[in-house]
Design a protein. Structure first.
Length: 94
């Protein structure tokens, strides 16, 4: 096992103390704007967020449809403890 390195100096009394740190700031606004523009470009002009949400709802409806009694009980338990969102009456039953 290698020996531990000593703690670097932190106090002003230490002759080998490092010079003071200089504060600086980085403005990432331009990079964030560029990133968002690239995301929108990748999504394309035909991207419809409302249609995407409708598709997700349809997928959830299909996923939780046709549950047998045990699966429905587990689903209801998961909704009751907040693991799954409450999708309203009759949404998981079919």
């Amino acid at each position: 096992m290698s020996p531990q390195r000593p703690t670097p100096p932190t106090g002003p009394d230490d002759a080998s103390a490092a010079p003071e740190l200089v504060g600086f700031t980085v403005d990432l606004t331009s990079q964030e704007v560029l990133r968002r523009a690239q995301v929108m470009e990748a999504l394309g002009p035909d991207w419809d967020p409302i249609e995407v949400l409708r598709g997700e709802e349809a997928a959830y409806d299909l996923l939780y449809s046709g549950l047998d009694a045990e699966q429905q009980r587990i689903y209801d338990d998961l909704v009751a403890v907040g693991v799954l969102p409450d999708r309203g009456p009759g949404r998981a039953a079919a």
